[in-house]
Design a protein around this ligand. Structure first.
Ligand SMILES: Cc1ncc(COP(=O)(O)O)c(C=O)c1O
Length: 1008
């Protein structure tokens, strides 16, 4: 065909509009599959879409489309679709003769405004739900439209998709294999599929035919356009088509399909038998798409629209093939409110009629009483991760527990979230970052090695293998059982390999017969001897093993697929395990804890375990922590934990008794300071440290006036609040007290003075405050500042500022305090303390947060002169300050920083991260500034006029949290993202952070 003879020019389109409809408009061409389409603007506003058919287009079908649109318009106001505009003679489909003398049919439709789905970023579950919801409504309206002109045969009809079998020669072997796999699946179930409900359906709800509202947060689907493929066929095809385009670019397409199906079902309930075919129908739509694209590319290479979705369709097909068809089916059922597995009720009823005894499973145990063991992520019994992974210790603890309960069977674990599975086989990247399999699907029974396991009921062996390695079951047996009118399976993991391999597939094991013997480490899959016992209603596609642990976001489906094995035993101990909901925790806090306490994030998280640079929530989700500079050497660093535990077991008392821990810690710290700073007082918090520092100032100088920075924060105690502009100039504050003097935030990016050389200008501001104090006939007590002002938004002090300011202050008789509560202990990378970056030696240094790695210990380090003058005879007593436990902990923290060269790590990883962030700022111009030292960085978000972008910063932090990365916000305008992770943060962690930052920075809310 000569396509040039069919083309309609922009000018022709405009003439047609005027001639037929008497409307003056300006045209621009739009992509189209069959028709030549033009967007028509009237008075500069999008007003219409003009559609000019190819010659000889089927008039009946065009009339059908127009009727369909009118039917929608008259039926449900909530469905927005284009409206039919008649020409000046009242025709809905007028005709023109084109330049080649061909008759062409013309339609004019109202323009539906909004963004199209393919332009929306991100496409989140709420949006997908709203898509399903809208499409379900559309189906319910189209159900009442009767028409016999709705394309009886059509290549895009999924029901007729087996025509694709004739085109396999276009593809290579691998592609052919994928296509054939789905064609066969479709063909094998064709009879049942053919009898599914039919209706007229849209039949092409693709990502360019879905209109989305303009809100950048929580947008909704507002309209479905382009009804050019509508036809009568199976309703499930529309669900499938909607799903396939909405999930196309997602890492985990099944996970993305579920909200669409849920939404669809909420407005148009889907039938169980329809859901059986959804997986294959989605695939067949993609099969049609890739085959049509390949054919079109050969026939009309100019029209890219004809093969626009070829690449993503292929990607989806490949990913879809890896999804278990059964698992998808069960997930769709769950999404539609059906029991995930069709036999769930049957199994439950069967277990109500039958009871089984644990002592029959383990005849040598001779007991049916259970002692529950908690191996969940929040279990105190398992203690530190490192101890949990110490097999000898774990075994010892189990034996001790058994000795304490000699007549009980130690068991538990069904649906327990566990954080112990560290093999990469348990991790994947989902649509929202990393996901780990954590939910345990069976019950573990803890017995000595070689304990025999016997059959509770007759069964046929379906799996008997050595499953050591990544999956870690060791000797594994799976049996199939017949019960009433259904079958189910039981799984026995962690046996000796020999006892499992005694069986072959097909063997029958009679009730009471021995199945296997519990294995020992390492042949049982690397753990202390126990049986993993699991019930399954289906084994999906697994041939040689079956997951014993599931992803939390698939919990409901796995729960249906793998019912509670305790339904068989009915142990009350196992039934009564309770957890407290997050809502209950929040409600209690609201009623009984101080109102000033805040919670992080719109949906707060309950963290139950720390592990290095990660925090783990109650369902075992791991969050990469870029916020917590308190967990300096890693959350729950084992050596630090052990140092505290060991000392706590011996003695913890005050510093009036002799103990070497306080001296050892003092010595460890003083080694990091210049010799002038030689005396230490230990306290319990950063606030207490600054409180003591100010007391020292008053004692030493006799002056009360303190000079501090705008937006500085120095603690929550009385005196600290009085010198914290962040607080008294912030929400609920009453401004600076009489003796506090605030100079402008020395911010050379967006502050009073800007640029590279502002040190002197800001130091002159400090001098101004000194003058103010003098003009009141008083003298200066002290100058306090952080080396990088953290609450101010990670403000790096300008070059020369600190040196000059110290000079002015000392000339005025004041002392200089460096608040190193956030910045200290190696975080700066280049230096151990922040003041060392500026070539000064303070009179007093306060240390807090990182010193105890989470344990409350802080310190004030000062010169001998200050210490001597402070010691005026009054005893300095501090009940907890410097106690042996706190000192043991802090010593281990400082030693860990030194031993593990964490200062160097802060420098290397920090510089890498800073360079990457700077590179990112070239792509995303709202990153106005990247600053900081070592692992104490800030990213400031501003618009083109340097106005702060607080909403974007908040959005970014919350979206990063959705992806399992914790970030915090600060700065007077709440537009600075702070990065201050544990110092063990690795280059890989930095790369992951950058990867997800780039993803979120590209989202509509960030760039529009
Ligand atoms: C710079 C600075 N100084 C002092 C404090 C007070 O420390 P604490 O909360 O341990 O009392 C903080 C706490 O955030 C701080 O950031």
């Amino acid at each position: 065909m000569n396509y040039d003879n069919l083309k309609i020019s922009i000018q022709q389109a405009e003439e047609i509009l005027f001639k037929l409809f008497n409307i003056k408009g300006t045209a621009s061409a739009l992509p189209g599959y069959e028709d030549y389409n033009f967007r028509m603007k009237v008075n500069n506003e999008n007003a219409f879409i003009l559609k000019i058919s190819r010659p000889n287009e089927d008039a009946d079908y065009l009339y059908f489309q127009q009727e369909l649109l009118q039917h929608i318009a008259s039926n449900d106001k909530d469905i927005v679709a284009p409206k039919v505009i008649k020409d000046k003679n009242g025709n809905s489909i007028p005709e023109i003769t084109d330049a080649f003398g061909k008759q062409r049919k013309v339609r004019l439709l109202s323009w539906v405004s909004g963004r199209i789905w393919s332009q929306v970023n991100p496409q989140l579950n709420d949006l997908r739900f709203s898509l399903g919801e809208k499409c379900g409504k559309l189906t319910s309206v189209l159900l009442t439209l009767e028409h016999d002109k709705a394309h009886p045969t059509f290549e895009w009809d999924t029901a007729q998709s087996l025509w694709t079998k004739n085109h396999l020669h276009i593809f290579n072997e691998k592609e052919t294999e994928i296509i054939t796999y789905f064609q066969k699946l479709f063909e094998n179930n064709f009879k049942a599929y053919s009898s599914l409900r039919k209706s007229i359906i849209h039949n092409d709800i693709n990502d360019n035919n879905i209109v989305v509202s303009s809100e950048l947060i929580n947008p909704k689907v507002t309209a479905i356009i382009d009804y050019g493929d509508a036809m009568s066929t199976q309703i499930i095809n529309d669900v499938a088509i909607t799903c396939s385009y909405a999930i196309m670019r997602e890492k985990d397409p099944l996970d993305a399909a579920l909200p669409v199906v849920k939404g669809y079902n909420s407005t148009f309930p889907l039938l169980e038998e329809e859901l059986e075919h959804l997986y294959t129908t989605i695939a067949m739509r993609m099969v049609i798409s890739v085959i049509k694209s390949a054919i079109n590319k050969l026939e009309d290479p100019d029209n890219e629209y004809l093969y626009i979705s070829e690449k993503p369709s292929w990607e989806l097909l490949k990913k879809w093939k890896k999804v278990s068809a059964d698992f998808a089916h069960f997930s769709f059922r769950d999404a539609c409110g059906y029991k995930a597995h069709p036999n769930q009720d049957k199994f439950n009823n069967w277990t109500q009629k039958n009871s089984f005894e644990v002592s029959k499973l383990f005849p040598t145990a001779n007991s049916n009483e259970i002692q529950h063991i908690d191996l969940s992520v929040s279990s105190k019994w398992i203690g530190h991760q490192q101890e949990f992974n110490d097999l000898g210790l774990f075994q010892f603890k189990i034996e001790k527990l058994q000795a304490q309960h000699p007549n009980k069977v130690i068991a538990g674990g069904y649906l327990e979230p566990r954080a112990v599975y560290t093999s990469s086989a348990y991790d994947k990247t989902g649509n929202n970052g990393n996901e780990s399999r954590t939910i345990h699907l069976g019950i573990d029974f803890w017995f000595p090695a070689h304990t025999p396991v016997h059959a509770l009921f007759d069964g046929e062996v379906v799996t008997a293998v050595n499953d050591a390695g990544d999956k870690e079951y060791g000797g594994l047996v799976i049996l199939k059982h017949e019960a009433d009118d259904f079958e189910f399976f039981t799984l026995y993991g962690h046996n000796t390999v020999a006892s499992a391999l005694r069986h072959k597939v097909g063997d029958i094991i009679k009730k009471g017969a021995k199945i296997a013997e519990l294995g020992n480490y390492p042949e049982n899959g690397n753990w202390a001897p126990h049986l993993h016992f699991q019930v399954m209603l289906s084994v999906l596609d697994y041939k040689i093993d079956f997951p014993g642990v599931a992803y939390y976001n698939q919990l409901d489906v796995w729960k249906g697929l793998c019912p509670d094995p305790n339904l068989l035993f009915k142990s009350e101990t196992l039934q009564s395990i309770e957890t407290i909901s997050n809502e209950a925790l929040i409600n209690y806090r609201k009623q009984h804890l101080g109102k000033g306490l805040s919670l992080q994030y719109k949906i707060p998280i309950k963290m139950v375990r720390g592990a290095g640079q990660y925090l783990i929530d109650q369902v075992g989700r791991k969050y990469l922590d870029t916020v917590n500079n308190v967990a300096h050497v890693g959350h729950e660093n084992y050596n630090v934990v052990k140092a505290g535990q060991e000392q706590m077991a011996l003695i913890n008392t005050n510093s009036r008794y002799l103990h070497e821990n306080i001296n050892v810690l003092a010595n460890e710290l003083l080694q990091t300071f210049p010799k002038e700073l030689s005396v230490i007082h230990f306290v319990n918090s950063g606030s207490e440290a600054n409180e003591l520092a100010i007391r020292m100032v008053k004692a030493v100088t006799g002056n009360k006036d303190i000079i501090a920075s705008e937006v500085g924060y120095h603690g929550n105690a009385n005196m600290c609040i009085d010198i914290s502009s962040y607080k008294f100039d912030g929400k609920g504050g009453k401004g600076a007290p009489e003796h506090t003097h605030i100079f402008p935030l020395p911010d050379s990016f967006r502050g009073k003075y800007r640029g590279d050389d502002t040190g002197e200008q800001y130091a002159a501001e400090v001098q101004k405050q000194i003058d103010i104090v003098y003009n009141k006939d008083r003298a200066v007590g002290a100058f306090i500042i952080e080396p990088i002002i953290s609450c101010g938004g990670q403000i790096e002090l300008p070059v020369g500022f600190l040196e000059k300011s110290y000079k002015y202050i000392r000339a005025a008789g004041g002392l200089c305090i460096s608040d190193e509560i956030q910045t200290g202990c190696g975080r700066m990378g280049k230096t151990f303390w922040g003041f060392q970056l500026h070539n000064v030696v303070p009179d007093i240094v306060t240390i807090g947060k990182p010193l105890g790695n989470g344990h409350p210990i802080a310190a004030v380090v000062c010169t001998k002169e200050v210490a001597d003058k402070f010691a005026i005879g009054m005893e300095y007593f501090n009940t907890f300050g410097g106690n042996p436990v706190s000192c043991a902990i802090a010593t281990e923290v400082i030693r860990t920083v030194k031993r593990e060269k964490l200062q160097k790590n802060a420098l290397e990883v920090g510089e890498f991260l800073k360079a990457e962030l700077k590179a990112l700022s070239k792509t995303f111009t709202i990153i106005g500034d990247v600053r900081g030292q070592g692992l104490f960085l800030g990213i400031e978000l501003v618009d083109a006029e340097m106005k702060p972008l607080a909403a974007q910063t908040d959005y970014l932090a919350n979206r990063m949290k959705d992806h399992g990365i914790l970030m915090s916000i600060d700065g007077p305008d709440h537009n600075v993202l702070k990065i201050k992770p544990p110092l063990i943060f690795t280059r890989e962690n930095a790369e992951e952070l950058i990867f997800y930052l780039s993803k979120i920075f590209a989202e509509d809310f960030m760039i529009k």
